[in-house]
Design a binder for this molecule. Structure first.
Ligand code: SF4
Ligand code: SF4
Length: 101
């Protein structure tokens, strides 16, 4: 492959760029409800490390959950070892709208 051909190869988009092309129509009601009493007893708190949108953070030793930037991947629902997640799909027209560029 020549240097000129290599230049013309489309480059894969970065995750940050892909997410920036999406749109959120945030509902006033959260589609995920977290039972924080269970979080207090959760030793590893894997949601902090595995949520790709960073919706779970720590404030001291307490979990803080923000649903607004959720990409609805379902990871937290699957990996939560304490069954602390109640999942309701966002109402029609709400949540993330993926744009495929
Ligand atoms: S993994 Fe589940 S129980 Fe553990 S901190 Fe996260 S939401 Fe709470
Ligand atoms: S569904 Fe995915 S993006 Fe949304 S809070 Fe759970 S892990 Fe994060």
């Amino acid at each position: 492959m020549s240097a000129q051909q290599a230049k013309q190869e489309p480059q894969p988009m970065k995750l940050e760029d892909i997410l920036q092309s999406d749109v959120w129509n945030v509902d006033e009601e959260p589609h995920i409800v977290v039972d924080y009493t269970k979080c207090e007893k959760c030793p590893a708190k894997p949601c902090i490390y595995l949520c790709p949108a960073g919706c779970y953070t720590l404030a001291g030793d307490r979990i803080v959950f923000s649903y607004e930037g959720c990409v609805e991947c379902g990871t937290c629902r699957v990996i939560c070892p304490m069954d602390a997640i109640t999942w309701n799909y966002p109402k029609s027209g709400h949540g993330i709208i993926f744009r495929f560029t």
